[in-house]
Design a protein around this ligand. Structure first.
Ligand code: HEM
Length: 304
């Protein structure tokens, strides 16, 4: 089945309603500022400017996965961490990650099918089991993904996975594929549904605003390094657990970002925005996302 990015954003709007001015998915979020500092190990693996160890400014958006900007934060969902890094030469690069460790399938049509099984609780109850039966990778991923949907104590207490493989090129011409994970310094902490509800509809947005004023919010960026023969174009395929893992750097969130997305400045995080020293794999989901995000921007800015 061949699906188009416009069909994916339409399916998201169908599931969550169309909310002008908001993203088709990850509609409810908070913008933050921060800094990324890479390690020497990262510099040895890629010549990319932001991986050489200089402090690089960042804009970060934490979010809930659904397309409803009014969703209570205690509803089980994936959460997003999208990072934009500003390089000294004026270019930008993005890393876009979320809390579900296993992607539901190898191609975009599986994600579209998942969107069509979303929506009001009754739709989910009737359609989600059939979705799982149609897509064995989604079923196999459930044990890892279900705990990731539990409401976190904070956006700062969840792991975030960027899913796709990227090819790192070093200064000497060496190359290898890597996958990114953001690991919270505060640990992975979750809440039961009742406890999450007691914190209120917007507890995640309020908590991160308060936390950032009083304590350090940090994530380690970890790389998992593929070996020859590991699948690099399939977002649902796992690499053997014993593949080398390297600390690539520290992302520190330092404050609230209030100046963006006004006056026509549309902020978009695009996982295909890479710079010299980092290349895209041929993963069809990764390439599909670029167009789906453009379509979502067109929809969210329409008429503005
Ligand atoms: C076929 C697969 C996918 C489709 C069609 C899709 C679609 C979308 C769309 C339409 C948006 C809103 C974009 C905007 O208006 O700026 C979005 C946002 C987002 N997506 Fe995806 N997505 C897919 C896969 C993924 C994957 C694999 C990840 C994580 C690795 C991910 C993480 C995110 C995050 C974190 C955001 C919010 C970014 C922000 O805060 O601006 N998505 N997605």
């Amino acid at each position: 089945m061949t699906v188009t990015p416009a069909e994916a954003t339409a399916a998201a709007n169908e599931a969550f309603g169309r909310h002008l001015g908001y993203r088709a998915l990850h509609a409810k979020g908070t913008l933050l500022t921060g800094t990324f500092i890479a390690t020497r190990e990262a510099a040895a693996l890629t010549r990319a400017t932001h991986m050489q160890g200089e402090a690089v400014p960042a804009t970060v958006r934490v979010s809930n996965g659904g397309g409803d900007p009014n969703v209570p934060d205690y509803v089980p969902d994936v959460r997003g961490l999208a990072v934009k890094l500003y390089l000294p030469d004026g270019s930008r690069t993005d890393i876009v990650a979320q809390t579900a460790p296993r992607f539901v399938g190898s191609t975009p049509d599986v994600f579209l099918d998942l969107l069509r099984a979303q929506g009001p609780p009754l739709t989910v109850a009737s359609k989600f089991p059939q979705f799982l039966l149609r897509h064995p990778a989604a079923l196999a991923g459930l044990p890892a993904n279900l705990p990731a949907l539990r409401p976190p104590v904070s956006y700062a207490t969840a792991r975030y996975y960027a899913i796709h493989a990227f090819r790192f090129l070093d200064a000497a011409g060496g190359a290898r594929f890597v996958r990114y994970t953001f690991i919270p310094e505060a640990g992975d902490q979750r809440l039961g549904l009742r406890a999450a509800k007691a914190r209120g509809r917007d507890y995640l947005q309020e908590e991160i605003r308060a936390r950032i004023q009083t304590s350090r919010v940090r994530f380690a960026l970890e790389l998992q390094i593929a070996q020859d023969g590991d699948p690099v174009d399939d977002p649902a395929a796992q690499w053997p657990r014993n593949r080398r893992r390297v600390l690539a750097g520290i992302l520190e969130l330092t404050g609230l970002e209030t100046a963006r997305e006004t006056g026509g400045d549309v902020l978009v995080f695009d996982p295909t925005r890479v710079v010299d020293g980092i290349e895209l794999s041929n993963d069809p989901v990764l390439h599909f996302r670029r167009e789906a995000y453009s379509d979502s921007i067109a929809r969210r800015t329409e008429g503005s």
